[in-house]
Design a protein around this ligand. Structure first.
Ligand SMILES: Nc1ncnc2c1ncn2[C@@H]1O[C@H](COP(=O)(O)OP(=O)(O)OP(=O)(O)O)[C@@H](O)[C@H]1O
Length: 124
């Protein structure tokens, strides 16, 4: 197989992974909708490029961890369809990773949006 073909296959499988996560995981859908709203608000408020870059970084972190969480859930369900202590540790830790990223993303979002939003609303 030619290298370029392998590369395009890998890219297609990665897109399939994203599409499957979007289809099956409501939290992934929620975070993607939130990301679109945050990006639209950043553009509407003409935030500086550095702030937009930081927002894009935390969005990528949260959505990437959601995808890893989906992968871990699938592997646990495959390896341990019945309840297993290690399955619980794996799923809970993966969910915890998403939670940590989401909470810090929220804090970063508040720090970045607070002043421009208050100015826009005439409260500053
Ligand atoms: N095979 C298992 N062994 C042990 N505990 C499990 C197992 N499957 C699920 N659990 C426990 O149930 C919790 C929820 O599991 P589930 O697979 O429903 O996660 P979820 O997909 O995050 O939920 P949601 O579908 O709402 O996103 C896990 O965090 C874990 O504590």
């Amino acid at each position: 197989m030619k290298p370029s073909r392998r590369w395009s296959s890998s890219f297609r499988y990665a897109l399939e992974g994203i599409a499957t996560s979007l289809r099956t995981q409501r939290h992934v859908r929620f975070h993607c909708v939130a990301a679109v709203i945050v990006i639209a608000a950043a553009i509407a408020l003409s935030l500086p490029a550095r702030d937009v870059a930081l927002l894009l970084l935390v969005i990528a972190l949260v959505i990437s961890l959601e995808l890893v969480n989906t992968a871990i859930e699938a592997v646990v369900d495959l390896a341990a369809p019945e309840w297993h202590r290690l399955g619980k540790i794996a799923k809970d830790a993966a969910a915890g990773a998403v939670l940590v990223a989401a909470v810090f993303a929220l804090v970063i979002g508040i720090l970045i949006f607070y002043e421009p939003l208050m100015r826009c609303l005439g409260l500053l």
